[in-house]
Write a protein that binds this ligand. Structure first.
Ligand code: SF4
Ligand code: SF4
Length: 105
């Protein structure tokens, strides 16, 4: 089990209210709003933390750069991927790679 899998397991074992608290705190720290790909639509919808919550809901479609590789949360969570707002959460990108056996980046 790698760091990301350990973190996900720990989150899954928490009570729902604690999960929401942890995710809420991560959302506050997520630097997505300073990324060139981030849009006003995403801001108005309060979208952040795409690595965990998954793709943007029709607010981000163009990849103009990604701050994820230098994000402290990515290091803490053991993330391998990026462009979560357009390509899906870390979990989704890992799962798709498992199924198709291809690299998305
Ligand atoms: S997931 Fe990456 S590309 Fe998308 S808004 Fe966040 S930092 Fe930018
Ligand atoms: S890894 Fe990307 S999506 Fe996740 S918190 Fe950092 S900037 Fe936000």
């Amino acid at each position: 089990m790698d760091l990301f899998e350990e973190k996900m397991k720990a989150l899954k074992d928490m009570a729902p209210e604690n999960q929401m608290q942890v995710v809420g705190k991560l959302k506050e720290r997520c630097p997505c709003p300073t990324c060139p790909s981030y849009t006003g639509c995403a801001k108005n919808a309060g979208e952040t933390l795409f690595c965990t919550t998954g793709k943007s809901f029709m607010c981000i479609s163009e990849e103009k750069g990604c701050s994820c590789p230098t994000c402290p949360i990515a290091k803490e969570m053991g993330l391998k991927y990026q462009f979560f707002c357009t390509r899906g959460s870390e979990k989704a990108q890992r799962y798709e790679n498992t199924i198709w056996g291809t690299k998305m980046i």
